[in-house]
Design a protein around this ligand. Sequence first.
Ligand SMILES: NC(=O)c1ccc[n+]([C@@H]2O[C@H](COP(=O)([O-])OP(=O)(O)OC[C@H]3O[C@@H](n4cnc5c(N)ncnc54)[C@H](O)[C@@H]3O)[C@@H](O)[C@H]2O)c1
Length: 271
Amino acid sequence: MSKLSLVGKTALVTGGASGIGRAIARELASAGAAVIIVDMDTLGEQTAQELRDQDQQAVFIQTDISKREQIVHAVDIAIASFGSLDILINNAGIYPRGLLEETDEELWDRVISTNLKGSYLACQAALPHLQKKGGSIIILGSSHAEIGLPELFAYSVSKGGLLTMTRNLASALAMYRIRVNCVNPGWVATDKEIKERAANGQSVEWLIETGKSLPLGRMQTEEDTSAMVHFLVSDQATQITGQFIHVDGGRSVYQGIQDNSLHANDTVIIE
Ligand SMILES: NC(=O)c1ccc[n+]([C@@H]2O[C@H](COP(=O)([O-])OP(=O)(O)OC[C@H]3O[C@@H](n4cnc5c(N)ncnc54)[C@H](O)[C@@H]3O)[C@@H](O)[C@H]2O)c1
């Protein structure tokens, strides 16, 4: 059997109803995992049905991950349905914009409760099951954990906390052969991103053109991230833990302002 096979494993994916989480649910199910899709949005049932229609194993459980009893219930259903839990994908997240001075307590609490507390609750609920035979936790991170984007204040702080959570748990849980890694998806044109940009007067064509200025020449796709997540949770990656992996087309290491005009005339003028 290929080391990328996930046959016999059960994966719980938070925020699996749409966007990157849905792509991860599809990828892990197609590799043979039984998938529990956990989301507040009932669109998750559609994703689960799509997978079952392809003879893959999937159930949807409507869950608010910021509520302890709901995520514990989802883990209980995973065990009752498939007998074990081997993989936890902490993907659900929200990214409302706001500078420090625009961030009221309601926005702060909402972002921290979903992004940071939700992942803590999910890790805690999953732990006794992952401890039984080892497993893998993936946390969806962001470059904003490490670099400043002023208008994403609460979001950036939550992702900074998640990076610390990754490193802390990687070291604490290695003794159980539980690996914990953080994946930054880069800049992905999810349905939500496309809708939000459209509301801001920015078309899909604008997104595509802007993507061309990134080091590797395009925006990332949901599948770029799901492929990395698949690799990390598989037996190909049994010695990788505590890492922050950027699937961002080189953006995180690019130090300059992208100016493609230099390629056109090969002339640099320094005044
Ligand atoms: N899209 C990007 O460019 C990008 C970049 C960096 C990081 N990320 C991260 O990737 C993850 C997925 O992002 P996305 O763009 O696919 O988002 P999305 O909005 O398309 O999907 C997020 C999903 O999470 C669900 N969700 C939100 N709050 C929840 C809650 N309390 N309980 C259960 N489900 C909840 C939503 O219903 C939705 O289905 C997030 O953690 C995000 O921060 C995304």
